[in-house]
Design a protein around this ligand. Structure first.
Ligand code: FES
Length: 139
């Protein structure tokens, strides 16, 4: 696989038009994380309701196309999930991107990122938002 073919249409679309980009008004939990290898950053915010469902999730930051697309896709994938379901989604995504394991049906949109596995440096890019989400959910 070439680096060009890594950038599938849906990755470019999410990069150009990131979903859930911005800040949440009102009460929320938030985290700031960086990719230590490049200094790229993400600020992630979310609102959990009384039943621990993710009601709203938004991000800002700067980084490469893979990190931004992965963050955008992640927000769509976990909206409406419970804290535990979202934790499980992080583990499933990590297993896909590091070991090539299969995604569950509810995460199939993330298949666009599976080529990242062939570029170990890019795995950290793809995981930036997901690691931030995991820290936030565990905090
Ligand atoms: Fe920095 Fe990808 S190069 S997150």
């Amino acid at each position: 696989m070439s680096l060009d073919s890594l950038y599938q249409e849906s990755i470019l679309d999410h990069c150009k038009n990131p979903r859930n980009y911005g800040a949440i008004d009102g009460p929320k939990v938030a985290i700031h994380q960086e990719n230590p290898s490049c200094g790229d950053q993400i600020d992630l915010q979310l609102v959990l309701d009384d039943a621990e469902l993710i009601q709203d999730i938004k991000f800002t930051g700067h980084g490469c196309a893979i990190s931004q697309a992965s963050a955008s896709m992640m927000t769509l994938a976990v909206t409406g999930k419970t804290r535990n379901e979202a934790r499980s989604a992080v583990q499933t995504f990590r297993a896909m991107i590091t070991k090539g394991e299969a995604l569950t049906d509810d995460l199939e949109e993330l298949e666009a990122l599976q080529g990242v596995r062939k570029f170990p440096v890019r795995v950290k890019c793809a995981m930036l938002a997901w690691n931030a989400l995991e820290s936030l959910l565990n905090g």
